[in-house]
Design a protein around this ligand. Sequence first.
Ligand code: TYD
Ligand code: MG
Length: 454
Amino acid sequence: MAKTNSFTCNACGAAHTKWSGRCEACGAWNSIVEEAPLSAGPASKSLGGKRGANMVLTDLATEEAPPQRTISGVAELDRVLGGGLVPSSAILVGGDPGIGKSTLLLQAAAQFAHRGLKTIYVSGEEATAQVRMRAQRLGLEKAPVKLAAETNLRDILTTLDAEKPDLVIIDSIQTMWADNVESAPGSVSQVRAAAHELTTFAKRRGISVVLVGHVTKDGQIAGPRVVEHMVDTVLYFEGERGHQFRILRAVKNRFGPADEIGVFEMTGTGLAEVLNPSALFLSDREDPAPGSVVFAGIEGTRPVLVELQALVAPSPHSQPRRSVLGWDSGRLAMILAVLEARCGIPFTGLDVYLNVAGGMKITEPAADLAVAAALLSAREDAAIPKDTVVFGEISLSGALRPVGQTENRLKEAQKLGFSAAIAPAQSKLGSKSGLKVQKMPDLVGFAGEIFGAG
Ligand code: TYD
Ligand code: MG
């Protein structure tokens, strides 16, 4: 019989047959730990010997109404949840330590409690006095939320059984501890066991459960990724430390669209909703500067304009730097290669820096053309007009591909005072937008027409 995997990566949960210093699956260092071997008892034999019960088979058609969601009233949160909280759903909220998860969830707990959900907040990290102080600072001390500081899973489940809440928040899953599992709190086995117990128990009793998970850098404790598959919805709370913006991003949602984002601003009295993120991301834009380009993007169901900034400078190094913030570095390399191979515009001997302003992260290929525009603008030291937005996907041949939701992108740009756009030639344009759209068939044409380059 094949040997069972007995090493697990704390960062991503990948199973390995032997220990190594670096996880091949996710690249984390020092994150692989040995786990108690799976028992090779009767389970490994065929199940065929003894008869099980017959499954109940049903049809696809249903008379049941869709689940009654509860709205928190915080539009940015409700949107990311897919339109409110679904009863007996399990949600994971991951994020770096200190990013604001506890604050966000205490605010959410208060909102849901005010709207009639019986809500319990269990803190495994802070004493109740600390959580109360936070509540006071946030002006939430009157909210009908029940609070406990506890890490013992058995006690938590017993209490939930007796109290029968509608919603429970577990802050954080890495501090929880099941006494039937031998390893230490924070280990992969403990985090998995605790998440499994909590989610299955909650499902059975009709309780919604929110698990907070710290993203860990050093691999000493298990990260939230090891429980992603057990929950219905996975949200990540992101942002740059120096910035006041925070973005709640749905990366998985059984009850709504993934890729949806909610934008918040950190204030002294907690997180405030940002209903018009484009205005916020563009708010400190200076006069047209070489290297700065506004990308008309779509995040989930909503258009969002963000500024891309590039800097291109002669490199003192034999291997020039390629530094990216908020965008995929592999994609940047591809765009540089296409500019060189198809347009004859080399970046050899040049350092390239690319930033998405405001701590935003972009994953859409639709940003390709805006990235190329920022790079060319920086390299040629020529600014793109301030009133222009850019979007389009670049293929390896250098052709520009149209992207989805062109009309929504243009409408958002117009709403924010832009008057022109540069887009792929085959973009489907309605007649509604009042923007002047310059259509480009390929990158060569774009570089030549806009920058006189190539
Ligand atoms: P916290 O919610 O404790 O982060 P996490 O649970 O992810 O570790 O927030 C970290 C710190 O930031 C905390 O001292 C409170 C402060 N903070 C604000 O002052 N205003 C805010 O809007 C937020 C979100 C946090
Ligand atoms: Mg916290």
